[in-house]
Design a protein. Sequence first.
Length: 147
Amino acid sequence: MTKRHQNIPASYLTLLKDNKVLLLRRFNTGYEDGNYSMVAGHINQVETFTQCIIREAEEEAGILLKPEYLQVVHVMHRNSGTAENNERVDVFFIAEKWEGEIINKEPYKCDDLSWFDLDKIPDNTIPYIKQALKGIKSKIYYSEHGW
C-alpha cells in the first residue's frame, strides 16, 4: 500500500494599511533568521486555518481579529526543501481591520515589526513570502513554490 504524503498546514496574516503591509523580522528561531515574514503559524490539531491566524495574531502582534475581518487571498503549495515533511500548504489571509494596538509580543523570536510599502518589500524577505505578496497584489489566488 502506498503511503500518503502529509502536508504541514500554516496560516499567514497580510495586515494592510494605506498600501503598507506589516512584516516581522525573524530572530533567534533557527529558520530564516534576519529575514522578513508575516505574522503566521502552524495549525494545531483540531484547529482551522482561521482559528490559527486569529490565535497567532494575538500571540505575535497583540491584536484581536474576528473571522469577519478576514478574507483568504492566496493559497500556496510549497516544497520547503527539507528532508522530511517538506510539503506545506499555506493559506494567506488579508485583514484591513483589527482590534488593539500592534506590539511585538515575541521579542525573543522577532527583532522588528514594521510597516512596508507593498511596492518596496525589503530585499531580505523570505522568497516564498515575496512570491505570496506579489500574488496577493496581482490577485493571483494560488501559487506553487520550491518544486
